[in-house]
Design a protein around this ligand. Sequence first.
Ligand SMILES: C[S@@+](CC[C@H](N)C(=O)[O-])C[C@H]1O[C@@H](n2cnc3c(N)ncnc32)[C@H](O)[C@@H]1O
Length: 236
Amino acid sequence: MPLASQSTGIPGGVAGQPRYIRAVSQAAGGWETWSWDESLFAGAARYYEQGRLPYAPGLAEAFCRSLALDGRGRLLDVGCGPGIVALRLAPLFEAVVGLDPDAGMLAEAASAAAARGIANTTWVRLRAEDLPAGLGRFRAVTFAASFHWMDRPRVAAAVATMLDDGGAVVQVLELTADDIVAKVFSLSSTAPHLFGDRQQDYERDLREILARACAPGRFSVRLPDNILRIWRLAPT
Ligand SMILES: C[S@@+](CC[C@H](N)C(=O)[O-])C[C@H]1O[C@@H](n2cnc3c(N)ncnc32)[C@H](O)[C@@H]1O
């Protein structure tokens, strides 16, 4: 089946103007809300996969196990960007719809799908706020590092009407504050014994800083590259 790319209009996209934060609202759970416009990720798509944190290698296996997937049903990946998660999960579903308002992201996704011979994907140019948009029903709907950009109550209400019986909405998130505290204390350079009787003070300060940096408590951590240093015997 050839790749299909469907475009729909995006009312209100303001090319060339800075995006803005609307007032923090009760409806958004006290979080600031963003209004998408063409500048949000403009030009970022071709740098995205190389530049962003990789998702865990076991992501697809975790999905398959947790949702008891059997190859049937459809996946909707909302805010799919260049399709990293959608393409990783594509073999687990009959069909995958990746949705994003950024044309550059969708172009990257379509060409990555073609390059890998993944033929069960469709890329839809649309804001999540315009769902359900006649896209039908899905066994799973994913938001990978994207839900925070959206009008969450509105989008959540829309996707709730789009699930198959027993279907699930899955947010793919990063580390929690507990994960980061554990990571710090697992390192030799910040091992607990080095703090003596001030370990609790340090942990309290660290948690305060993390809470100030991100109130919802989800963090991305830059993983190190792996360098393979290969040694061989010199020829004799
Ligand atoms: C941080 S990227 C994540 C991309 C991809 N899900 C991943 O994990 O690699 C966020 C994506 O959300 C998209 N986005 C932002 N606002 C959106 C909205 N209102 N509706 C749908 N997608 C949106 C952006 O265009 C961008 O591609």
